[in-house]
Write a protein that binds this ligand. Structure first.
Ligand code: ADP
Ligand code: MG
Length: 257
């Protein structure tokens, strides 16, 4: 297997006296796609935030390559550029065009040449079907388009690891597909990604490994063929059943009378 890019060992994270992550350990190899699933409030977002040094941790260690991820560390600015994160709310600057939103960090933080960055940004926009939107403002775009811009913005910094936190959760159903397709293409291109999602068929299609988290622990760490078909634990079975039930219910509600 390829080399380890991200290594999380015995990660413990509390908010006050609430222990949210109780000693998580796992590695992510270069080129791997990890899908993180689990009940609401189990700490999925917190895990991604700890990996991206947005939260101090109480115990354990997060490493990216040779470097320790530490919100107080001296290497934080460089480290942040190695980890791209896309959230549910796109957080684009409303007063900047699509192109400016994308080129800001590479030009300012990475001090790369404007012409070179713009060329790359336009090529990336083209890849996500937004070549004609470079000069639009965020308010002129649909939710799905904004989310694709947010993904391009994080790609343009050339991160080694991409973190996606429920990036389709706020989108209208008809826009979910276009964003998931972009992520499927990134996976096919060999990007290393950790994805939090409730889209189970997408998770099945994209994951090399599924981490199922509940009550502060990794309850299952398995390839999707195993996790979705024959999980080891009752907790995972119950969790998956709630999704099947929803899918059936949705189908019934939409059935012709
Ligand atoms: P998930 O993303 O799996 O739904 P979160 O990581 O958002 O879960 O939250 C895990 C737990 O940590 C929840 O109980 C949540 O209320 C708590 N939590 C998250 N962020 C904070 C915070 N900044 N301050 C206090 N508690 C928090
Ligand atoms: Mg969350």
């Amino acid at each position: 297997m390829s080399e380890v890019l991200l290594s999380v060992s015995n990660l413990k994270k509390s908010f006050g006296d609430q222990l949210v992550l109780d000693g998580l350990s796992f590695d992510v190899h270069k080129g791997e796609v990890i899908v993180v699933i689990g009940p609401s409030g189990c700490g999925k977002s917190t895990l991604l935030r700890c990996i991206n040094a947005l939260e101090p941790i109480q115990e354990g260690e997060v490493r990216l390559g040779d470097e320790v991820v530490n919100p107080g560390g001296k290497n934080l600015i460089e480290l942040r550029q190695k980890i791209g994160m896309v959230f549910q709310s796109y957080d684009l600057f409303p007063h900047l065009t699509v192109l400016k939103n994308i080129t800001l960090a590479p030009c300012k933080a990475q001090k790369r040449k404007k012409e070179e960055v713009e060329k790359e940004a336009l090529a990336l926009l083209d890849r996500v079907g937004l070549a004609d939107r470079a000069n639009s403002f965020p308010r002129e775009l649909s939710g799905g388009q904004k989310q694709r811009v947010a993904i391009v913005r994080s790609l343009c910094v050339h991160p080694e690891l991409l973190l996606f936190d429920e990036v389709t959760a706020a989108l209208d159903p008809e826009m979910v597909r276009e964003v998931l397709d972009v992520m499927l293409n990134l996976a096919a291109a060999g990007k290393t990604m950790m994805i939090v999602t409730h889209e189970m068929s997408f998770a099945k299609a994209i994951a090399d490994r599924v981490l199922f988290i509940d009550e502060g622990h990794i309850v299952e760490d398995a390839p999707p063929e195993k996790f979705f078909v024959n999980p080891d634990t009752d907790r995972a079975k119950r969790f998956l059943e709630t999704f099947e039930f929803k899918a059936v219910k949705h189908h019934e509600e939409n059935a012709p009378l």
